[in-house]
Ligand binder design. Structure first.
Ligand SMILES: Cc1cc2nc3c(=O)[nH]c(=O)nc-3n(C[C@H](O)[C@H](O)[C@H](O)COP(=O)(O)O)c2cc1C
Length: 238
């Protein structure tokens, strides 16, 4: 199984430790590719809209974003991690997600996304872990991912992890370990089930694209949807 991890910080802090505990449960079975932000996607989207008008390969930051996109599309399981910064995901995570605005359903969603599973891991001291997870979940669900599990933690930042016994580490991240155990048992040769909410979004956008195509058949998102057969009988899920 292939796992792609997007780390919202380069720091080897609490969020990193939690992610390691999660991955330790899966390492044996998995081929893991990791990205650390901002290092692996250092620039902001400048709003040139080239990706919306053409495609992501023409982005000024394509040397970074295309590597990430390739790893996301080929993975069976996507992991996103972030500490809460002022009640949200890190700016680096938001900057990366902005680069994939063109993959939101009203534009050019990748059909591979509809069958994927994702886990979001967030850490905060007092509050904001859930809203940080939502920042990521918003993008994932609009990319077409249905199976999204969020694990939000409120651990102390001064934990001396090296002095902790393996069992104590796992106990601290109990929820994460049980999610990892569940993820380990999944048969990844089968895509995740596309849920009703995702299907509702798809059909609403389908209606929108059909209407946009009537006014302007050269509209790029309309052409993309049409080429995929989604305005006819084809669907991005199985
Ligand atoms: C810029 C910044 C903003 C933060 N905002 C919040 C916050 O809104 N809520 C919170 O509980 N903790 C906040 N924190 C604390 C971190 O979420 C917390 O220390 C976390 O454990 C850091 O994870 P890390 O060790 O993986 O970097 C903030 C920290 C920084 C540096």
């Amino acid at each position: 199984m292939k796992i792609t991890v997007i780390n919202g910080t380069e720091k080897h802090g609490v969020t990193y430790k939690l992610k390691e505990i999660f991955l330790d449960e899966l390492r044996e079975k998995a081929e893991i590719t990791e990205f650390y932000l901002p290092k692996d996607c250092p620039n902001f989207c400048v709003g040139c809209t080239t990706c919306f008008r053409t495609d992501g390969s023409k982005c000024k930051d394509a040397e970074y974003t295309q590597k990430i996109e390739k790893a996301l599309l080929s993975a069976d399981l996507l992991i996103f991690t972030t500490p809460a910064y002022v009640f949200h995901a890190t700016g680096a995570m938001k900057a990366m997600l902005d680069h994939f605005g063109y993959r939101w359903m009203p534009h050019k969603p990748a059909k591979e996304m509809f069958g994927k599973r994702a886990v979001i891991i967030t850490q905060c001291l007092g509050g904001g872990g859930k809203s940080a997870a939502k920042d990521i979940k918003d993008s994932l669900s609009w990319w077409g991912v249905s199976d999204i599990r969020a694990c939000s933690f409120k651990l102390m930042s001064e934990i001396e992890w090296d002095k902790l016994h393996e069992k104590a580490k796992k106990k601290m991240a109990g929820k994460l370990v049980s999610v990892a155990e569940k993820m380990k048992k999944i048969d990844y040769s089968k895509p995740a089930r596309t849920n009703l909410l995702t299907k509702c979004k798809f059909y609403a956008v389908r209606m929108l694209q059909t209407n946009l195509g009537k006014t302007n058949p050269e509209y790029t998102d309309f052409k993309y949807w049409k080429a995929n057969g989604w305005l006819d009988k084809e669907r991005p899920w199985k």
